[in-house]
Design a protein around this ligand. Sequence first.
Ligand code: GDP
Length: 444
Amino acid sequence: MFDSLADRLGSVFEKLRGRGALTELDVRAAMREVRIALLEADVALPVVKDFVEQATERAIGAEVIRSVTPGQQVVKIVNDCLVELLGSEHEGLNIPATPPAVLMMVGLQGSGKTTSTAKLAKFLTERQGKKVLMASLDVARPAAQEQLRVLGEQTGVATLPIIAGQSPVTIAERARQSAKLQGFDVVLLDTAGRLSVDAALMAEMAQIANATQPHEILLVVDALTGQDAVSTATLFKAEVPLTGVILTRMDGDARGGAALSMRAITGKPIKFAGTGEKLDALEAFDPQRVAGRILGMGDIVGLVERAAANVEQADAERMAEKLSKGQFDLDDLRAQLKQMKAMGGLGALASMMPGVAQAKQAMASGAVDEKLLGRMEAVISSMTPKERSKPEIITAKRKIRIAKGSGTTVMEVNRVLKMQLEMATAMKKLRKMGGMKGMAAMLG
Ligand code: GDP
C-alpha cells in the first residue's frame, strides 16, 4: 500500500533529516519534491497545490523546537497536513438507535461492491456485534443475487431469500420489513452496478434511495483507478446523497492518488478501505494510521510531538513565574493567543481567565474561529513595545492608529484591551490570594 509514494517521500526527507539548520530555501526545495511525489502518485493537481502551499507556510512559520532537528519538524508538519487531508479522524457509520439501520451500497460493476457488502456485514457482525441482513437488489444479473447468497453462507451472515421477478425497490422494501420483524440491527442493500455511469443506473439508484431513505449511502470505488475513482464519486454524488466512500484494492495501490484526493475533491470521507480479496480484508479508514503508513516515519512524528509538549511545559513554567509576580501585560496576552491558536485550545494559564474562558466557549461553539484569534494577535502586534507593557498609555488617538495598522476596528482594539485588563486584574487577585496556592484555589 502506497509503496511508491512512501519511497519518494522517504528520500525527500532523508535529505533533510540530519541537517542542523534549514533555510527557507531548503524547505521550499523539499516541498517542490513533495509536490512532484504527490503528482506522481496521481493526486489531483488542485489538491497537491493546496497541500504544498499549506505545508510550506507552516514549515516556514513554525516556531523552532530546540530538541528536534528542523528536518524532523518538517516531517511532522507534512504528517499533520496528510492527516488533515485524509479527514483527521475515522468517520464511523451512522447507525441509529432504533433499528434497523439501512445501508445502501452503490458503485460501478467490478469495483468490489458485492465483496465489500459481505466484508462490511462480517465487520459489523464480528467487531460490533450487530445482527446484519444482506439483500442484493441487482435484478439485471441473476448471478449477482446468488453471489451474495454464497458470500452470506461463507461469512455466516443472513441474506434475504431471493424471489424472482421483484423490482429493486420492492426487494429493498421487503428487506427493511423483514429486518424490522426479525430484529436485525442493520440491512445492507447491494445495488446493481454498471460498467460505466449511465442514466438508467443513476435513475434506479435514486429511486431506491428515495424509497428506503438509507442512513448511509456508501460508494464503493476501486483505488487502482486513481483519479477516475474521484471522478466517479463526483458523478454519483450529484445523483444521490452519498455519505461516504469505501475504497477497494488499497492492497495493490502503490500510488495513493484516489485515497489522497477523495475527501478534498468530493467532500466525502473514506470510511473503509478494502485491503485484499479475503472477506476479513476490510479496515476502518483511519487518517492517522494511513498518514503514518505513507510517511513511514512514526518514530519521528512521535518524537516531535513529545518535544512540542515539552515546549508547552516550558511556556507554562514561564507563565507560572509571571503569575507569582502578579503581572500580565499585552505581550503575555499575545503569547496566550498564539498558544490557543496553535493548540486549538487554551494556553497553560488562560483556562482560568474570565475573558479567555469566554473566548474558548465561543471557539468550541464555532462562534470564534482561528481568524478572530489572529485578528486579536494582529491588534497587539500593531502596538509599540511600550504600549504592550504599559497599556494604560493607549489613548483614543493611539487606538485609531492601532486599528488602522492591524486592519481592524477600534472596537476590536478595545476588546483586546478589556481582555488584558481582566486578566491583569485576575492576576493581581491571585497574587493576593497567595500565588500558586491561590491559583489552585481558583481552579477549585
Ligand atoms: P462488484 O461487481 O463491484 O460487485 O465486484 P465484486 O465484489 O464481485 O469484486 C470484483 C473482484 O474484486 C473480486 O474478484 C474481488 O475478490 C476483488 N476485490 C474486491 N475488493 C478487493 C480488495 O479490496 N482487494 C483486492 N485485491 N481485491 C478485491
